[in-house]
Design a protein around this ligand. Sequence first.
Ligand code: F6R
Length: 611
Amino acid sequence: MCGIVGLIARDDVVNKILEGLERLEYRGYDSAGIATIHEGKLDRRRSEGKLRALKEVCFHAPLQGTIGIGHTRWATHGPAIEANAHPHANHRIALVHNGIIENFSILKKDLETRYTFESQTDTEVIVYLIEDELAKDQNPLKALQAAVKKLKGTYAIAVLFKESPDTLYAVRQGSPLVLGISEKASYLGSDAISLAPWVKQLCYLEDGDLAELTLGHVTLYNREDQKVQRPFVANPMATENISKGPYRHYMLKEIFEQSTVLSQGLQHILEKEAHHLHAPQGDIDFKAIESLSIIACGTSYYAAMVAKYWFEKYAHIPVDVDIASEFRYRHPVFTKNHACFFISQSGETLDTLAALELSKKHALTLGIVNVPQSSIARAAHHVVFTHAGPEIGVASTKAFTCQLLTLLTLALEAARQRKYLSAREEESMIQSLRSLPGLVHQVLINNKMEAVAQTILKAPHVIFLGRGTQYPIALEGALKLKEISYIPSQAYASGELKHGPIALIDEHVAIFILAPFDAWFEKSAGNIQEIHARKGHMTVFTDEEGAEHLQTMLPGVFHLGKNLILLPKVDPLLHPFLYVLPLQLLSYYTGMLKGTDVDQPRNLAKSVTVE
Ligand code: F6R
């Protein structure tokens, strides 16, 4: 949430900062700003709205400088208006911030007696805390060190001081910051993507670190103000091609990339002709694990819910799944030989990271993350990468199916180690997994979801239903639809329908039912009858056998490609992977038809680094 870029170079930095912010816009996009020092003068431009509005402002009122900071905001304190956009500044300090200052109102009460605040943000207190320290004749470094000691909360901050026109300062506590140095410039950014084309080596700041950056050089201090060294490591994004390619949106590109990324993911776990899955984290002793908690937020939490079915069914390990923001404040009980898995695409989600920090003393922890070198990847005892590649669309799509693949292989590794998986079963699962990328491709190219999306544009409300592993997929479908189309959407385990939600059903509500012809099909067919009896407008996702049953059960009600969507008949192991695809496309096309910004839906941000 919120993206930060900072640069010191020999040449003008404004366009480069704007370019870096463009790569960070997924972190927040309700306002943006930039500040530089030029000929001894601190100057800034800010704008409400997306980055293109700031570019327009900079075009009409150009800004210059060889040192500068930029910010793209996701509002926490105060609405998305120019006055609340970063950088916040006075006559000699300009700063940008990502995070939340929890004690800002206490600090502000005191500072207000001496300074006039211009914004409603928590960030502006930092400007005046530093100013207070400068007034005590402190130099910028000492003033910043003293000021941040008064802050509670999370922050990544980049600061310019008019009196230090060659030095850029940055501090990290809880929110990510990376830096890179080349001969031509020194760079600061919120993540590896922001610096990807500029530097091949990155230094990740640790919590409490302060960086003093000059051209081609950095000095780091820890929270005790002692000089420290941190390693420079390869920038994992340096070789990634981050573009939309032939697609109109990142979201569509990422949906269609799923067959490729799953195929690449399979290469990590299935050697050619192998008879065994090669688990990504084979050094975990699953025999010693007596209970497992899987913790995450949002879409990653739904991946955890699917995994619960797999770990319990195949490995016989009792599993609790938990929303990270609940887990961390709920006094969880850790039993003997407990393991905690943390799933996160970004690896930066604050609640998930806090839940991990809480668990580390009591349980074996495993981070299941997409972004290498992310905070969760570095904090967990063990880490597994989901290999989805950079996901830029704010709504998670390919990251989800890659999380599923990783979780499935972990569950099967656990089953094998615990001797619940016979060689024959494993062989048959391997066969099924080998067919997955081809099936994903087939479902995507044959999809009919644009036409289905037309049918729900006027629906006041959409309901998704599923049983077994299709229940979390229904939840994911509802989340995706509300994120992208803003249509109120909910999901229920189909068996819960008659315990309340059935009251919602009338001829206006749209209902999507995930009902592959599996062990639960007869039960789902019962739900379909009940909905039909109440004139509910249904679309059912099933396979050929399921379709035949439904057409016999309710003649004339279901029409192929319209309200009966056929998916391939596959091993139930693969159902979650395949049934989520049309739901991703449904939300994409509904958003398109409604004219929403599908890659950057309103109010959202990709990396939730605040509570
Ligand atoms: C939904 C979505 C979010 C994230 C959630 C967790 O499309 O993207 O619900 O899944 O914010 O993010 P990560 O996985 O980065 O921890």
